[in-house]
Design a protein around this ligand. Structure first.
Ligand code: BTN
Length: 259
């Protein structure tokens, strides 16, 4: 599989000195690996791509399956799984996960939407997920930004949300092509976020917001109508008792049944 690693490196290294690209045939999880490395003091910026993950992780302690058994379809992985690790020092971290999701959808296709905080959906089905973790090492904070994108529609029947695949809207794309589209813009978006925060991205988020104007039910019991996000990326929900702000990434939000 040709991963265009050199072209990605050339586009990114001016933004991130000491940046490297690494592609592995198999690993437990690209996020787990970069967190292990960070805790061992390896803090250089890196893009780690895995052709197959054996223990992919999702948000809220869930697992992330690469589709099927993760094996390649006609020699190409059925999903794109990678993590970007880099030292990061924004004045305010709130909204980072939304900024990452926004960059991913804007790089891929106009039909893609975001379900707060950063799930990527296509036609009311989940296409991609993002898991952001950080490690504090001395004075520095190292961010690990993991992205999983279905290229083919996964066969798994046990998913909480019906899945979508990128080939439904980009029939010719493969995992390497998706990475080539997403990687450099993602680094640029993160650098921009580090400088300016989430505020300037609010309108762009609204344009992709799957939940806006829909009845939603949150896992913490809040029910109401989604009204976009505030300048810090909190989800605004109009409830019977007034406006509620959902900030915790530990809360999951779904369109209410029948909505
Ligand atoms: C979610 O939707 O819950 C987030 C899924 C994140 C999956 C990606 S795949 C690459 C990276 N490595 C992991 O183990 N998880 C993230």
């Amino acid at each position: 599989m040709q991963w265009h690693a050199e072209a990605i490196w050339e586009a990114v290294v001016p933004l991130l000195p000491a940046f490297s690209v690494e592609v592995l045939p198999e690993i437990d999880s690209t996020n787990t690996e970069l967190m292990r490395r960070a805790r061992a003091g390896q803090l250089a910026p890196v893009l780690l791509v895995a052709e197959r993950q054996t223990a992919g992780r999702g948000r809220l302690g869930r697992t992330w399956s690469s589709g099927g058994d993760g094996a390649s379809v006609h020699g190409a992985p059925p999903s794109l799984t990678f993590s970007l690790g880099l030292p990061l020092a924004p004045a305010d971290w709130s909204g980072l996960s939304l900024a990452v999701g926004l960059s991913v959808v804007e790089s891929l296709h106009p039909a893609l939407q975001l379900k707060w905080p950063n799930d990527v959906w296509l036609q009311d089905r989940k296409l991609a997920g993002i898991l952001i973790e950080t490690a504090s090492v001395g004075e520095q904070r190292y961010a690990v930004i993991g992205v999983g994108i279905n290229i083919e529609v996964p066969q798994a029947q046990d998913l909480r949300t019906p899945p979508a695949g990128l080939r439904e809207v980009l029939p010719e794309i493969d995992a390497a092509g998706a990475l080539a589209r997403v990687a450099a813009p993602l680094v640029r978006a993160i650098r921009q976020f580090e400088a300016d925060g989430f505020g300037p991205l609010r309108q762009a988020f609204h344009a992709r917001d799957l939940l806006y104007g829909r009845e939603v039910a949150c896992s913490d019991g809040v029910v109401g109508m989604a009204r976009g996000v505030d300048a810090g990326g909190a989800l605004l929900v109009h409830t019977e008792n007034g406006l509620r702000k959902i900030t915790s990434s530990e809360v999951s939000v779904r369109p209410a049944a029948g909505a």
